[in-house]
Ligand binder design. Structure first.
Ligand SMILES: *[C@@H]1O[C@H](CO)[C@@H](O)[C@H](O)[C@H]1NC(C)=O
Ligand SMILES: *[C@@H]1O[C@H](CO)[C@@H](O)[C@H](O)[C@H]1NC(C)=O
Length: 832
């Protein structure tokens, strides 16, 4: 009896403790580590004294580890030292002797690592500037013929949904033609059967009468509350349900219908609480063989001053989805362009929407106008209908209700996802790139007042405001029926191009050129261009003053970046990657130029440091084309000294902001070979910058500035190496020092903890039992037994033995990372 009481008490205690510390982040630090295949995660866990939490979602080789808070900093220091060592080793050469090989295998085993943290950096892109009392458009004289056609369609398809008549985005009986032109597809019997769209959002009301028949539980998970069902739990968790309704609201007598009303929707809940990058990475690959499309109506803040991208782990997950999702055809990521249009925000400042792997969808209103909130950018592929023009989107809501107030680009993205669901239901074999081709091939160009349209060499009209135009579901599906699959993706990446010059203020710009020859492309197995990305470094004391144009060899101008009134950041662009779809279909060959402008004449100035561009497109020879390696953490890891000198010139004074039309070549040297002098500046507004031009064929290296010989105070040895090598030597020496100190502290803490727990056993570090090596068997050859460090590590291996033994028990939780986390939390609490 007494025993029972104690047990009950401790159970109560532990549950109340669990309530006090609901997040393991309160007591633990978490790390994501990419391990070499040859290293078992349990071995790493034992070396670090950490706990292996499991693989990160569907990302092979990537694991999550947790460790007591107090030991976190030492692990962090160790991982940082390993990172520096990897970097040094990659740079190789004369620095080799500096790198003493570790004997525990860590330096070969750890390929990449990152400390994780809980963050709430992703925000919904719901309705903005939506009038409180909107005018129902039905009041304005409805067109008789269209209304009766709408009724006939509803009756032919047995649609009895009471809201269908109001769902103007599906059939617009007032502004005839301003809709997604989907009903003809339904009449052909194409309604989305067999396709699943995952709504990555704030939940999905799976009990909704309008959704439950199309709900797909196997593809769903709640990452905010660690539960299988993504139930909207917060009072404002309606966003995901509304988006789901737009795609797959059931054809019944509740609310309206979805674009693909016989398709399924899963809910992946991530927006209702802070999450870490491992959760995010897991979420966007969740169930990626069954979930075909991921509809994402969120992103970094749309405040006109944020510039934020998914970090390496999430980028890899996205690439993993592209390469391995949907049986290797690629998960389809659909992203809302963003609602910061009225605040000078631009979807190229958002690393999700400007990824080549996402379909970026902006909004157009029912009158065919640009709603001020919808962001423009060169990465935007298409638009669909959404709020604005005194109306919004009618869809399902939480709590058995309907809404007539869904809007923003949040409402636009899911409609594109719905159209794609219809396409995949008849052509499940299409790859992620086929889907993008089909969208741009069949979109209907928009001609709105004041919008700049460029006619591209493949005869498509592109505008930064509307991309290639509005989705026309009927033509999209027709084209898909006979679409021939594109060949695998190829890419050509230029070297880093060093500019390192002050940017003149005013409408001048600093232009840098790179000539891509047909040989370069042939060597890269590159046939024709799809996306183009430009990664660049610009130092500037006010980022909002900058703008960047990419001018292609065939006269198309991409506005990669625009000035932003409220962007006060003094960081410039740090390895930021911009993207454009405006050059789609070009050969890629010719002179590309990047023009950086400092649009405001003030005391805030800057330097265009370096850049490089990557052409992405289809391959010449499909057989020999390999997939791109997973997003490399070292992708942008370069020293400016290594960059090739780029040809540069001060841009001649051109007309202000609006881009030149495709035919207006007069004032830019884009079609000139770099060996011919670009036009001289006619009116150099601000004279300070060097106007000298290094006009050499790119490819040959002609230094323009003499790099100083060293940066070190003269009393420090330079080892006779180049300045950057010196930096490396000193940086690594100090890191090794920090590492050793960190390690010292770590062992001290460990030792004290042990002594505290086990006051009589102070030999622990000296006794190494030969038989205890099993856990390290795969690495036995590498485990040094002579060095002190090695012994200490062995001692740690022993410590986590218990965790290693309980491994079987953990296995059943592998595919439920969150339940597993909770269990571990209880276990840890019970132990403490
Ligand atoms: C819409 O679909 C119909 C078939 O239902 C098709 O004839 C028409 O060309 C499409 N486009 C427009 C703008 O109506
Ligand atoms: C740009 O700024 C960074 C950080 O402030 C600095 O390390 C770097 O040297 C600067 N580069 C140039 C080209 O001014």
């Amino acid at each position: 009896m007494r025993g029972f009481k104690t047990a009950a008490l401790s159970f109560l205690l532990s549950t109340s403790l669990a309530q006090l510390v609901p997040r393991t982040y309160d007591t633990h630090d978490f790390f994501a580590i990419h391990l070499d295949d040859s290293i078992p995660p349990e071995y790493i866990a034992s070396l670090l004294g950490a706990h292996h939490e499991g693989q990160i979602g569907n990302l092979e080789g990537h694991h999550k580890f947790s460790i007591d808070r107090e030991q976190g900093p030492a692990v962090e220091t160790l991982l940082e030292a390993l990172r520096v060592q990897r970097k040094l080793r990659r740079r190789g050469g004369d620095d080799d002797n500096l790198l003493q090989k570790r004997d525990d295998g860590l330096d070969d085993g750890v390929l990449w690592s990152q400390k994780l943290a809980l963050k709430q950096r992703l925000h919904k892109r719901g309705p903005v500037d939506f009038p409180e009392k909107h005018v129902r458009q039905e009041a304005a004289s409805p067109e008789g013929e269209a209304v009766s056609r709408q009724k006939r369609i509803a009756s032919d398809l047995a649609i009895k949904d009471p809201l269908f008549g109001s769902q103007w985005h599906l059939f617009n009986s007032i502004q005839v033609g301003n809709d997604l032109n989907v009903t003809g597809v339904w009449l052909e019997g194409i309604t989305g059967k067999g396709v699943v769209t995952a709504i990555v959002d704030d939940g999905l009301d799976l009990n909704s009468e309008d959704l439950k028949d199309n709900y797909f539980p196997e593809g769903s998970w709640d990452f905010n509350d660690n539960l299988p069902d993504p139930i909207p739990r917060l009072s404002d968790d309606q966003h995901g349900t509304r988006c789901a309704g737009e795609i797959a609201a059931v054809r019944n007598d509740v609310c309206g219908v979805g674009m693909a009303y016989d398709s399924k929707v899963a809910g992946i809940r991530i927006l209702s609480k802070p999450i870490d990058d491992a959760d995010e990475a897991t979420a966007i690959n969740y169930g990626f063989q069954q979930n075909h499309i991921y509809s994402c109506s969120w992103g970094p803040r749309d405040d006109g001053q944020t510039m934020d991208a998914p970090n390496a782990l999430v980028k890899r997950a996205m690439m993993n989805g592209i390469q391995n999702g949907r049986d290797g055809r690629g998960s389809i990521y659909v992203f809302a362009a963003g609602n910061g249009g009225a605040r000078d925000d631009n979807c190229n400042f958002d690393g999700y929407t400007n990824s080549i792997y996402s379909v970026t969808v902006g909004a157009i209103d029912r009158l065919g106008n640009h709603p001020p909130y919808s962001e423009a950018c060169s990465a935007q592929l298409v638009v669909t209908y959404s709020s604005g023009g005194n109306d919004a989107i009618y869809t399902t809501d939480i709590g058995q209700k309907c809404t007539e107030r869904h809007g923003g680009t949040s409402a636009a993205g899911p409609l594109a996802a719905g159209a794609i669901a219809l396409v995949l239901s008849i052509r499940p074999d299409l790859t992620w790139r086929d889907v993008q081709y089909l969208l741009l091939e069949t979109a209907v160009p928009v001609h709105a007042d004041g919008d700049e349209v460029q006619m591209t060499p493949i005869g498509k009209e592109f505008s930064h405001q509307f991309g290639y135009g509005v989705v026309d579901t009927y033509s999209l599906v027709q084209k898909a029926k006979t679409w021939e699959l594109v060949k695998p993706q190829a890419w050509y990446t230029s070297p880093w191009l060093r500019v390192q010059k002050e940017i003149p203020e005013g409408d001048q710009g600093l232009a840098s050129y790179f000539d891509i020859t047909s040989d370069m492309l042939k060597q890269a197995n590159f046939e024709s261009l799809e996306h183009i990305t430009v990664t660049m470094n610009v130092n500037h004391t006010r980022r909002g003053d900058l703008s960047v144009e990419l001018r292609g060899p065939q006269g198309i101008v991409s506005h990669l970046s625009i000035p932003r009134e409220s962007d006060e950041a003094d960081s410039g662009y740090e390895d930021w990657t911009f993207m454009s779809v405006a050059h789609w279909g070009e050969s890629g060959e010719g002179v590309w130029s990047v023009v950086v402008k400092d649009t405001k004449v003030n005391e805030r100035v800057g330097v265009f440091a370096d850049w490089r561009l990557t052409l992405w497109g289809s391959s010449i020879d499909a057989e020999s084309q390999l997939p791109h390696p997973l997003a490399d953490e070292h992708e942008d890891d370069h020293n400016i000294e290594d960059a090739q000198y780029a040809t540069v010139s001060i841009k001649p004074h051109t007309k202000t902001t609006p881009p030149a039309s495709a035919t207006d070549h007069a004032d830019r040297p884009v079609n000139e070979k770099p060996s011919e002098a670009p036009a001289k500046p006619t009116t150099p507004a601000v004279p300070p910058t060097p106007v000298e031009e290094e006009l050499t064929p790119t490819g040959s290296v002609v230094p323009t500035a003499v790099a100083s010989d060293g940066f070190l105070p003269s009393f420090l040895p330079t080892f006779g190496t180049k300045p950057h090598t010196q930096i490396w030597i000193y940086a690594s020496v100090s890191l090794i020092l920090i590492f050793c100190i960190g390690l010292g502290i770590y062992f001290q803490v460990q030792r004290r903890k042990r002594l505290r727990n086990n006051p009589h056993d102070d030999y622990e570090f000296e006794i190494i039992d030969e038989d205890d090596d099993d856990a390290e068997a795969p690495l036995a050859g590498r485990t040094g037994r002579k060095r002190r460090g090695g012994e200490l590590y062995n001692a740690f291996a022993e410590e986590s033995e218990e965790e290693l033994l309980s491994e079987d028990e953990e296995d059943m939780y592998r595919d439920q990372p969150s339940a597993f986390n909770e269990k571990m939390q209880h276990k840890n609490e019970a132990e403490s």
